[in-house]
Design a protein around this ligand. Structure first.
Ligand SMILES: *Cc1c(COP(=O)(O)O)cnc(C)c1O
Length: 363
């Protein structure tokens, strides 16, 4: 006989509101759609969760994009048949890319050749978007090397160059603006003319492109963006401001209070290094009610936790986060709730100790 273990609620857990994600995807699809810009819903922060991808699709995104082939395989197995885009292409994964992905972003000739080889073997046509370096210094081909790259790729068997794109505000923190977006448009025009091809997708960036799109009189040739954070957390990423009309707490992290006591705010005894090799300093605020939650650095990027109400994070170790409860009475066994920023979301979704609970359904 099975022994039943009663679990009141899974803790810690992340609660995911599908209806809020669907709403955000819909508002953004309409907003950008009015400017002629289609969307790729980026699923990587959710590890390619198929339910979340479906909510994005129902909201109107035209493509799903992810950086990891494993996440894409998971979505394919779950029956997602929307066009899927791979954001980061590795040479060694070329065959899996051909089998699972419709479109991949590329910057290396060797890799595109390998994709071509496997596309030929599997008798399919693989589409690529060529990424251009516009100053942020993550992935991209320098504009001066672009014609040569296109020349060498357009005639590769079973490969079709369907567009160009760029990525900003990720590594170098370079802002998408009229200047670099105009440059990308110009490059598209020039390549089409030189090689007599049509580039159907000009993918101008990510969640950092919101401000540019709001301010721009005309978006030029830019007709696509790849959005993760804007859809999931409802904000743009240049100033991390909430986008009007979007939900900013579709993801909530809930953890359990395991200690709640009044204690002095200054440690006593001789101070040495803490568990992470720092010598901490403290402010004396007298006796305070402090709580500890069953969550730590092994689970989450603690700086990515945004406490609600009066709680204030004082510090953390591998398995504990210590908070000042502002003298509110937080009982042992009770739950505390946090909003998450992107780093918090990414780490929480990746932690095997945090349960993922989807609220709502896809109908
Ligand atoms: C992660 C990623 C995105 C999505 O970025 P957000 O800031 O979450 O919108 C877009 N493009 C590429 C290439 C990415 O790797």
């Amino acid at each position: 006989m099975l022994r039943q273990i009663e679990i009141k609620a899974l803790l810690p857990r992340i609660e995911i509101s599908l209806s809020q994600i669907r709403h955000n995807a819909q508002m953004l699809s309409e907003h950008y759609g009015r400017k002629g810009i289609s969307l790729m819903g980026v699923s990587k922060a959710t590890l390619g969760d198929p339910e979340i991808a479906k909510a994005m699709i129902q909201g109107g995104v035209k493509f799903i994009a992810d950086s990891r082939i494993e996440n894409i395989q998971k979505m394919r197995i779950a029956g997602i048949s929307t066009q899927i885009v791979l954001l980061r292409t590795a040479f060694s994964q070329a065959e899996a890319v051909i089998k699972n992905v419709d479109i991949s972003l590329n910057t290396e000739l060797e890799t595109v050749r390998e994709l071509s080889n496997f596309a030929k073997i599997h008798n399919t046509l693989h589409q690529i978007i060529v990424m251009v370096e516009m100053g942020d210094l993550r992935e991209g081909i320098l504009p001066c090397d672009l014609p040569q790259f296109i020349k060498k790729t357009i005639d590769l068997p079973n490969i079709k160059v369907i567009g160009i794109g760029c990525n900003l505000a990720c590594y170098g923190g370079v802002k998408p603006d009229n200047h670099n977006m105009y440059q990308l448009s110009e490059l598209a025009d020039a390549l089409e003319k030189e090689f007599r091809i049509h580039l159907e997708i000009i993918s101008g960036g990510n969640s950092a492109n919101y401000e540019w799109s709001e301010a721009a009189q005309a978006v030029g040739r830019i007709n696509n963006l790849r959005l993760g954070e804007s859809i999931l957390l409802g904000c743009e990423t240049v100033n991390r401001k909430a986008i009007p009309g979007l939900y900013t707490s579709a993801f909530k992290l809930i953890a359990e209070v395991i200690e709640s006591k009044e204690k002095p705010s200054l440690p006593f005894g001789e101070i040495c290094q803490n568990a992470f090799g720092n010598v901490p300093t403290f402010l004396d605020r007298g006796i305070r009610r402090r709580i500890i939650i069953a969550l730590g650095r092994q689970d989450i990027l603690v700086s990515g936790l945004k406490p609600n109400k009066a709680l204030e994070i004082l510090g953390s170790s591998s398995d504990h986060v210590v908070l000042d409860s502002n003298n509110y009475d937080c009982q042992v066994g009770s739950e505390v709730e946090f909003n998450l920023d992107y780093g918090g979301l990414l780490s929480a979704m990746t932690s095997p100790f945090i349960a993922k609970q989807v609220i709502g359904n896809n109908h």
